[in-house]
Design a protein around this ligand. Structure first.
Ligand code: NAD
Length: 351
């Protein structure tokens, strides 16, 4: 099995690469532009492994992508490269349209040319997995869950660009028979999460005695999944899912944002106590425009068709995550010093 993972130097992509190389025994080529969110240190556990190679390239660069396909001869493509941060999409949507829409189009076209030239069993077994988010479905009220048939209703430039890319991946199957599958997952958390996202931001701000910014009244609900459970789900979907289908991925762990922040504070009170409870640092800030109230995934299709179950619940996963940040200052220190110093870190409060 030879798998190209786009965005493999990012948060989820690197979890996928580590899982494929160390647990599955696949040969993996990470294709990543190394934007601010890409970090080769995320791949440290596999960087010297002969089963892994890295190519720095932009998915919008058709020639570079085709060259990778020609030389590596992948049997699968797992596409995770994206601009992924909702707040950045609100202040600068262009990069999101370029990478998430044009980049996915470029990759699908390069994959189609490559796949058309395959023959026999190589052609039949080829897979293109497009990895996406539950944010494409918009916002839920107090009741109900997102299923694979929920109509798309994206609210932010990020989710709108991901929705467009999902439609492209499905259309390339229906129109050209390219063997694509799409996954839509809820919020991930875990090790190697870039410190602009809610959970690592809260952990690091709390450790530094800085305010813990929470949007609005903190009542927005997200459905949290430990990143390693997502990585396993993606490989399962690509291996056993039905072509042209969409699979929702979620761990049935709905939490209000304020409760996530308090859970992190309670763990830190135990593991890294200060003179005052960490929750004293919580500060409510002006809500994000277009902030969806609630996301929650119905993962029945993935569970019943493919037998998937999340290994971690929120309590075990968040404890592991906080411990990982406490033990891995050498990973987060350079990122925090370089990108998020002073006020900037204090005002970003995101998912
Ligand atoms: P991330 O921002 O941590 O990583 C994205 C990676 O893509 C980075 O390594 C970056 O360098 C790379 N990249 C960006 N633009 C590129 C380009 N033009 N060419 C090549 N590489 C490029 O993101 P993530 O949180 O790991 O998310 C990965 C995927 O999973 C995304 O498609 C995202 O939409 C989806 N997703 C994320 C979540 C979540 O909670 N983080 C949930 C569901 C789905």
């Amino acid at each position: 099995m030879r798998i190209v993972v786009t965005g493999g130097a990012g948060f989820i992509g690197s979890a996928v690469v580590r899982y494929l190389v160390k647990d599955v025994g696949a040969e993996v080529l990470t294709l990543d532009k190394l934007t601010y969110a890409g970090n080769l240190a995320n791949l440290d556990p596999v960087i010297d492994n002969p089963a892994h190679r890295f190519v720095q390239a932009d998915i919008c660069d058709a020639a570079a992508v085709s060259e990778v396909f020609k030389t590596f001869e992948p049997t699968r493509i797992y596409h995770l490269a994206a601009e992924s941060h909702v707040d950045r999409s609100i202040t600068g949507a262009k990069d999101f349209v370029e990478t998430n829409v044009i980049g996915t189009f470029t990759l699908l076209e390069a994959a189609r040319r490559y796949w058309n030239d395959l023959d026999g069993s190589s052609k039949d077994s080829f897979r293109f997995l497009h990895v996406s988010t539950d944010e494409v479905y918009g916002s839920l009220g107090a009741e109900g869950l997102f299923s694979e048939t929920t109509p798309y209703d994206p609210s932010s430039p990020y989710s709108a660009s991901k929705a467009a890319s999902d439609h492209l991946a499905v259309a390339w199957h229906r129109t050209y028979w390219l063997p694509t599958l799409v996954s839509n997952c809820s919020n991930n958390y875990g090790p190697y999460h870039f410190p602009e996202k809610l959970i690592p931001l809260i952990i690091l701000n709390a450790l530094h005695g800085k305010s813990l910014p929470v949007y609005g009244d903190g009542s927005n609900i997200r459905d949290w999944l430990y990143v390693e459970d997502h990585a396993k789900a993606l490989h399962l979907i690509a291996s056993e899912g039905r072509l042209g289908e969409t699979y929702n991925v979620g761990g049935r762990n709905e939490r209000r944002n304020i409760d996530v922040v308090k859970a992190v504070c309670e763990i830190l009170d135990r593991l890294a106590p200060k003179s005052h409870p960490h929750a004293d640092l919580i500060t409510y800030v002006t809500d994000r425009p277009g902030h969806d109230a609630r996301y929650a995934i119905d993962a029945t299709k993935l569970e019943s068709e493919l037998g998937w179950r999340a290994h971690e619940n929120f309590e075990t996963g968040i404890e592991k995550t906080v411990r990982w940040y406490l033990d891995n200052e050498s990973w987060w220190r350079p990122l925090r010093d370089k990108v998020y110093t002073g006020e900037r870190l204090g005002v970003l409060a995101t998912e």
